[in-house]
Design a binder for this molecule. Structure first.
Ligand SMILES: N[C@@H](CCC(=O)N[C@@H](CS)C(=O)NCC(=O)O)C(=O)O
Length: 167
């Protein structure tokens, strides 16, 4: 039975999982949910993920959400084309990058998206990028690092904000 992948357009968290599925060549059944139509809040989806968030996967009847945890799960269930390095320090580095992406880069990008795509007026949401430059997001080899960092980098590159200050 193919794994089911619940996705929402524009979600960097969902891109992480999509990248991993493609990289590992895992067959999946893609379900695209519309944020505009409120499909993440629909009872049918809440029955699968009570938090109503994408990405969510269902594998053999087992529902899982939280993108970072999904990546680790996929890597254990489908070990071909591994996302995590074999060595302990390499794995710790990837997990550190994932934590930095979640705790520092993600909220910053969230501010940027709010200040650009969902901005209500000219004074709304002027933000600074000063912390971004300290976060390394990509390695030379595609791996879990790429899955964690690339969606944020892509999100930022795709919509360069007009209203930034800082370095
Ligand atoms: N920490 C979660 C974040 C997931 C998340 O916030 N997803 C957003 C899209 S970017 C969502 O599904 N929002 C739907 C809603 O709030 O209705 C993860 O890493 O998977």
């Amino acid at each position: 039975m193919a794994l089911t992948f619940y996705y929402g357009s524009g979600s960097p968290f969902a891109w992480k999982v999509w990248l991993a599925l493609e990289h590992k060549a895992i067959p999946y059944d893609l379900k695209v949910l519309s944020f505009d139509k409120g499909e993440t809040r629909a009872p049918a989806f809440r029955a699968i993920n009570p938090r109503g968030k994408v990405p969510t996967i269902v594998d053999e009847g087992y529902a899982l959400w939280e993108s970072t945890v999904i990546l680790e799960y996929l890597d254990e269930v489908y070990p071909e084309r591994p996302l995590l390095p074999k060595d302990l320090q390499g794995r710790a580095t990837v997990r550190r990058i994932a934590a930095e992406a979640e705790n520092f880069l993600g909220p910053l990008i969230g501010n940027l998206v709010g200040a650009t795509l969902f901005r209500k007026g000219p004074e709304d949401g002027v933000v600074t990028l000063s912390n971004c430059s300290r976060v390394k997001i990509a390695g030379k080899k595609f791996s879990c690092r790429g899955c964690h960092g690339l969606p944020y980098a892509h999100r930022f590159a795709a919509k360069p904000p007009q209203c930034l200050s800082g370095n």
